[in-house]
Design a protein around this ligand. Structure first.
Ligand SMILES: Nc1ncnc2c1ncn2[C@@H]1O[C@H](COP(=O)(O)OP(=O)(O)OP(=O)(O)O)[C@@H](O)[C@H]1O
Ligand SMILES: [Mg+2]
Length: 288
């Protein structure tokens, strides 16, 4: 083997040996469209595919991942900043050993950090980046400057919408804000609560306007049907993929995850993109 080939091979090994978690922000324009339920059930399906997943509840003051998982967390995100805990202390475990960090007043805290506190956050966060394949941030609804900056710092954004015109309009507004901050941010759309499933045209409609007016290509994550089993699971505080593994929504979630992983595993890309932490740092210290 030539020296050059050898060097390339060892660089590849190095890159794969230190594989870092992919950070994904799950957002929406309109509230109540199913982000938290999607995040949890998507995470559980990824776990079933042997992926290591961490959910971080970023819904300021209104996080409810713990309620949906039927667990009572001891710690929340805020303990990382105010009580000197390590990130490993505040990672809790839900059904199927799903790792999650409960919401405190998380986001406002992240954006109000001084240099020393950000350094603590950075080192703590770095220490878990190699322990997980995916870190999913369940965002609150709507767009504040802080939440938009946070979402655009992630490696990719999911935008959840229902087929209702109001929800699609708000999803469009969210995408417009995100593209304004970072036109390169990969954005995927999930259509939830569809009454038509396979023939649902919501994605097509949204894709067309985003392409025409924002000149941005978005990807489809898939479609989850409107399913009473979801409501039943919420009431029983059990994720629907566990409580009703063969219901319509669970089967659709399996397709969504299979499709997502088949795209995700088309690697490697050698294009250097700035890391989540470096982008976040820029937003934290360049706020006006
Ligand atoms: N696929 C579905 N089929 C039927 N009902 C659903 C579905 N997805 C979500 N729902 C209903 O919508 C409600 C809100 O879902 P969820 O809490 O996940 O939304 P959210 O986007 O996280 O809300 P928020 O913006 O307040 O964070 C659920 O409690 C459930 O009743
Ligand atoms: Mg929610």
């Amino acid at each position: 083997m030539s020296d050059q080939a050898e060097r390339l091979r060892s660089r590849l090994k190095e890159k794969h040996g230190t594989k870092k978690a992919r950070t994904v922000a799950v957002s929406s324009g309109k509230g109540g469209v199913g982000k938290s339920n999607f995040t949890i059930n998507f995470a559980l399906k990824l776990l079933q595919q042997d992926k290591k997943v961490l959910i971080i509840d970023m819904d300021i003051g209104m996080g409810n991942i713990d309620i949906l998982l039927g667990v009572s967390p001891k710690y929340s995100f805020v303990d990382l900043f105010h009580h000197g805990h390590s990130i490993h202390d505040i990672i809790e475990s839900g059904p199927e050993n799903l790792s999650y960090i409960a919401g405190g007043s998380g986001l406002s805290d992240v954006f109000q950090l001084d240099q020393a506190k950000f350094k603590h956050f950075q080192s703590q966060f770095e220490s878990i980046l190699t322990s997980f394949d995916f870190i999913l941030f369940d965002m609150g609804a709507g767009a504040t400057n802080d939440s938009l900056n946070f979402i655009s710092a992630a490696d990719e954004a999911f935008v959840v919408t229902t087929p209702e015109p109001t929800s699609i309009t708000d999803a469009y507004a969210m995408i417009k804000h995100l593209v304004r901050i970072d036109e390169q941010l990969p954005i995927s759309i999930l259509v939830n609560r569809s009454l038509k499933e396979k023939s649902d045209s919501s994605f097509k409609r949204l894709e067309t306007v985003v392409d025409r007016f924002l000149m941005k290509q978005v990807t489809s994550l898939g479609v989850i049907p409107d399913d009473r089993s979801v409501l039943k699971s919420v009431n029983r505080q059990q994720p629907f993929v566990l409580a009703h593994p063969t219901c319509k929504a669970s089967r659709a979630m399996t397709d969504v995850v299979d499709h997502y992983l088949s795209d995700y595993e088309v690697e490697p890309t050698f294009e250097e993109v700035p890391s989540f932490l470096s982008k976040l740092k820029r937003f934290v210290f360049e706020r006006s």
